[in-house]
Design a binder for this molecule. Structure first.
Ligand SMILES: NC(=O)c1ccc[n+]([C@@H]2O[C@H](COP(=O)([O-])OP(=O)(O)OC[C@H]3O[C@@H](n4cnc5c(N)ncnc54)[C@H](O)[C@@H]3O)[C@@H](O)[C@H]2O)c1
Length: 271
């Protein structure tokens, strides 16, 4: 007989303090909710302050919402100060916030420097800045876990976003490995997950300005169908499935796992 486990059988994060970026939607929201369900207090950061507030409200007193732009060092400093005041120093950092960069076609000729810089600023510089902000407290505590959300795009190439997106996510894996090497001796583990297609507003292109345009809708449908065709597991992932992998890496269950890029893509890319 197959026994279905309870949704959150463990309290692996009892007493922990976690910062989750991109917590207003998708994977970040799912991760924030599950962290709290397993005992953590969570600072839910998002550039969309209302979305972060909705996540925190759904969690209750174990969460605070902080409107934060991960590309802005001053915004991160303010968020860390708010986290310290509410809950104390974070022992877990989940760098989830990201931008897709799919609008207007994937050609390099359409990526001007501003667009390149913004994609890199959010997807790569953001995790660099957040890590820099939280590492001193983790070093002082002699323990900590950072989990970055890279992508299939970082392991191979993006199926539907631009070269800027692929470069940002590949760069994030380099940052992950380097920090894992530098901070492993100090008790801090740094890992990444590499999702394939996840059923969130990002892949459905809700963030794209012309999301309701019939042509964009048709392109989006084709993109999602292409994803599903390539997948041995014939469906998109849920955000909760990605959160589960992140929380494994953040937890003591992964105490000897450091510097990995964990593919969570249903077998779409195998390496
Ligand atoms: N959805 C997928 O198929 C997929 C696949 C691979 C990787 N990813 C990665 O997963 C992560 C989460 O994406 P998602 O699918 O949950 O998308 P999502 O759009 O549902 O959530 C992304 C969140 O990040 C926030 N955000 C964007 N820019 C920000 C900034 N500058 N500062 C703070 N917050 C910001 C958004 O407001 C949003 O709430 C991203 O890094 C994305 O690149 C997603």
């Amino acid at each position: 007989m197959i026994v279905t486990p309870a949704p959150y059988p463990a309290r692996r994060f009892q007493g922990a303090v976690a910062i989750v970026t991109g917590a207003g939607s998708g994977i970040g929201q799912a991760a924030a909710r599950r962290l709290a369900a397993e005992g953590a207090r969570v600072a839910a950061l998002d550039i969309d302050g209302e979305a972060a507030a909705r996540t925190a409200a759904a969690i209750g007193t174990a969460a605070i919402a902080i409107r934060t732009d991960v590309a802005d060092p001053a915004s991160i400093a303010a968020a860390l100060a708010a986290c310290l005041e509410a809950f104390g120093p974070p022992g877990i950092l989940l760098n989830v916030a990201g931008v897709p960069d799919t609008a207007n076609g994937p050609g390099l000729d359409q990526i001007d420097l501003d667009r390149w810089n913004r994609t890199l600023a959010v997807n790569l510089t953001g995790p660099f800045l957040l890590s820099k902000a939280v590492l001193p407290a983790m070093v002082a505590a002699g323990t900590g876990a950072i989990v970055n959300v890279s992508s299939l795009a970082g392991r191979s190439k993006s199926t539907n976003a631009t070269a800027a997106y692929s470069a940002s996510k590949a760069g994030l894996l380099g940052l992950t490995r380097h920090l894992a090497f530098d901070y492993g001796p100090l008790g801090i583990r740094v890992n990444a997950i590499c999702p394939g297609g996840v059923d969130t507003p990002m892949i459905r292109a809700a963030a794209v300005k012309n999301a309701e345009d019939p042509e964009e809708k048709a392109r989006r449908k084709a993109r999602i169908a292409a994803h599903q065709h390539m997948m041995p597991i014939k469906r998109l992932s849920s955000p909760e499935e990605q959160a589960a992998a992140m929380l494994f890496l953040a937890s003591a269950d992964a105490a000897y796992v450091n510097g990995v890029a964990l593919d969570v893509n249903g077998g779409m890319y195998m390496a």
